[in-house]
Design a protein. Structure first.
Length: 257
């Protein structure tokens, strides 16, 4: 038996100045005993908030492509910034629809807890925007060689959905995917607490707490329901228009298939 010192496990958490919720999708064990590869896909909150130091860290990490899941109105608010990166913009939830979001908020709130709130809303958008979700996964798989950053505003909901599907497509068990999703609540706690504190009354504060939550059991229920409806994640993505080559490329980015 070798007594050579073991290298410490590589951290998935990344510190890029200006962002709060950045982590690598590498290092997850799959159901067939492999590990997802580091430096291939990174999930983040909006990289448009990065400082110059943060941009250097992103580039030094080997990132060549950014997949931006935000609404066009969010992009329009960005400060001008020349980026020497491949940028793919794909609004995951289409165009803003205040009436539909109010309806979904009401349905989610009626469940009475954060897990139910998340489950109702995510399952609705996964069905309503299935083609966009499939296109986002295909964009990750089809990106130029190098690292790919997937981001939205907080790196929690839109990014959380795409990241969860990528990990499941690679064969990461549902409970591990759900545990990764749950990390966003901790990473964003300081920002979230400030937003919650600005609420006008306790009812609004409670609503904001539900919005900020990333419950592992909520994501687990969502992924199990997708499997129940479609058979597996690959079938869900095919139903949204993803080709087998798209799915193979997305898996290969994380696994070297």
């Amino acid at each position: 038996m070798s007594n050579a010192p073991q290298s410490p496990p590589r951290s998935r958490h990344l510190t890029w100045d200006g962002c709060f919720n950045v982590r690598d999708l590498g290092g997850h064990e799959t159901e067939d005993g492999r590990l997802t590869r580091f430096s291939r896909v990174i999930r983040a909150d909006s990289v448009r908030r990065l400082s110059d130091e943060g941009w250097r860290a992103l580039r030094d990490y080997g990132v060549h492509t950014v997949v931006d899941l935000r609404f066009q109105v969010e992009l329009d608010e960005d400060s001008p910034h020349d980026l020497d990166l491949e940028i793919v913009h794909l609004s995951l939830f289409g165009e803003p629809d205040d009436a539909r979001w109010a309806e979904l908020d009401a349905l989610g709130t009626a469940t009475g807890d954060s897990a139910g709130f998340t489950r109702v809303i995510y399952l609705a958008v996964l069905e309503e925007h299935r083609a966009n979700v499939a296109a986002a996964v295909a964009a990750v798989g089809g990106a130029v060689p190098g690292g790919v950053v997937v981001h939205c505003h907080a790196g929690k909901d839109r990014t959380g959905i795409v990241s969860a599907l990528l990990l499941r497509l690679a064969g990461v068990p549902i409970d591990d995917v759900a545990a990764d999703y749950a990390l966003s609540e901790h990473n964003l706690a300081e920002r979230n607490e400030e937003w919650i504190a600005r609420a006008g009354d306790e009812l609004e504060r409670e609503y904001r707490r539900r919005v900020c939550a990333t419950p592992a059991d909520g994501m687990q229920a969502i992924l199990e329901e997708i499997d129940r409806r479609y058979g597996d994640i690959a079938a869900y993505l095919r139903a949204g228009g993803a080709a087998d080559d798209d799915l193979a490329a997305a898996r290969a980015r994380l696994l070297d298939d």
